[in-house]
Design a protein around this ligand. Structure first.
Ligand code: PSV
Ligand code: MN
Length: 425
């Protein structure tokens, strides 16, 4: 299924009147308070978030998985799904592949298909947390941290293979997330595990082309429940520094213990020029992989406030690679991703409204009340007309979920693909 611009234009006609009056009201209000509305709308229109190939089908838990009709069965169909999201929103202009789930059989056909949807290939993801059916060595007791030299070398070689595939697709970065750790005390020597991991990452880093970046994720627990070798941002940061200038920490919102001050982590990493990538999701308890903004939208706003500040002030930090890393157990995956994209852009737009000059002044005067008011004024602004303005400007749908439903996207995908199961998480 392909959604052409003309279909979207037609669909927007029903909503444009309401949009015009909402936008006029907000734009007038913001202009009076000193915001450059056109600039904000352009920034929202430019913001692109990569969709991971593994989020397009129904996810599952260790207790079960409930299939969803019309799921993409092959890589080409995954790209088509991202193409649909991009057509509806114009903010999902990239896809992130996971190897070996997404090994392309015909690279040039795949590149052509991506280009036809207006997509680029963002960070490539390696997988050393599962043994494949033809595996020569096991990752059961670790991969890059392994005490078993064969498993370690095998995992390094796998990452180099992912780089080779990514190069063909014009990707420019590799994300490494490790399940490596220990389930029980005494199982691992922490120092040996860390030093093996550092050695392996350095080998992978050395195998990257000059214009590539390495993103290192961290996570405090799961699947190992006693210790994770790269447990926190500090460990990731230390490893990125050991690798070199093109290695960075990647923050995944779900990879923190409850109540961690993630916005402060963001600020610290950007200050040091080491925030390379970002995975969006939301959670109540742990790595729940819920729809972005569904549980803690204010925390997301505070994080974006630091991201916006960092993008403005930390020129030593590269522009971060944005990706949604969520799982869809009961919602239609595409609708869930549309909701996530909306939540990301809402938080971004609200952060763009923060009066940075006034905030700095309040901070210099230790005016705590004013500082809170400045942040909350921005957070409590209904910025949705700004998102709609950006979408109208780029030929996307004013209301993507309404368009998705009235264009009967899921029904069409089911009739085209049937009940085939997606591969991935
Ligand atoms: C596991 O926690 C995880 O969600 C990581 O964040 C990776 O980015 C993703 O899976 C895919 O491997
Ligand atoms: Mn992640």
């Amino acid at each position: 299924m392909i959604i052409g611009k003309d279909i979207i234009e037609q669909h927007n006609k029903n909503e444009v009147e309401n949009f015009n009056s909402d936008f006029a009201y907000l734009s007038d209000k913001l202009t009076k308070s000193g915001s450059d509305v056109a600039e904000i709308v352009n920034k929202i229109a430019d913001f692109q978030v990569a969709i991971p190939s593994w989020a397009l089908g129904a996810g599952g838990t260790r207790f079960g998985r409930f299939s969803y009709g019309g799921e993409p069965a092959v890589l080409e169909q995954k790209l088509d799904d991202v193409g649909l999201l991009h057509a509806l929103t114009h903010s999902a202009g990239a896809v992130s592949l996971h190897i070996p789930w997404d090994i392309p059989s015909d690279v040039s056909a795949l590149k052509e298909s991506a280009a036809s949807h207006g997509l680029i290939f963002d960070a490539m993801n390696s997988n050393t947390f599962q043994d494949q059916p033809d595996a020569k060595h096991s990752y059961k007791f670790g991969s890059l941290n392994s005490v078993n030299e064969d498993s370690r070398a095998y995992a390094v070689e796998h990452n180099k293979e992912v780089i080779r595939i990514g190069k063909e697709l014009d990707s420019k970065s590799l994300t490494v997330w490790l399940a490596d750790g220990a389930s029980f005390p005494g199982q691992l020597n922490f120092q040996t595990a860390l030093s093996n991991t550092e050695k392996s990452l350095k080998e992978i880093y050395a195998g990257m082309p000059e214009d590539w970046k390495l993103f290192i994720e961290y996570k405090p627990y799961e699947p190992n429940f006693y210790s994770t070798t790269i447990q926190d941002w500090g460990t990731s940061f230390m490893l990125a520094n050991a690798c070199g200038d093109r290695a960075f920490t990647l923050v995944d919102l779900g990879h923190h213990l409850p109540n961690t001050n993630i916005e402060q982590i963001v600020a610290t990493l950007m200050y040091k020029g080491k925030l390379g990538g970002f995975h969006f999701n939301d959670s109540k308890y742990g790595d729940d992989d819920l729809t972005v903004g569904s549980i803690k939208p204010y925390a997301l706003f505070l994080i974006f406030n630091e991201l916006v500040y960092g993008m403005e002030n930390n020129k030593n930090n590269p522009y971060p690679a944005w990706m949604i890393d969520a799982s869809h157990n009961i919602k239609d995956p595409l609708e869930d991703l549309l909701q996530s994209l909306e939540a990301i852009l809402i938080a971004y737009a609200q952060a763009l409204l923060v009066d940075q000059k006034a905030l700095k002044e309040a901070q210099l005067n230790n005016d705590v009340v004013a500082a809170q008011d400045i942040l909350q004024n921005a957070y409590r602004t209904d910025v949705r007309p700004l998102l709609k303005a950006a979408r109208l400007q780029t030929g996307a749908a004013l209301d993507p979920i309404t368009a998705y439903r009235s264009l009967k996207v899921r029904e069409t995908l089911i009739s085209e693909r049937g009940w085939a199961k997606a591969t991935g998480l």
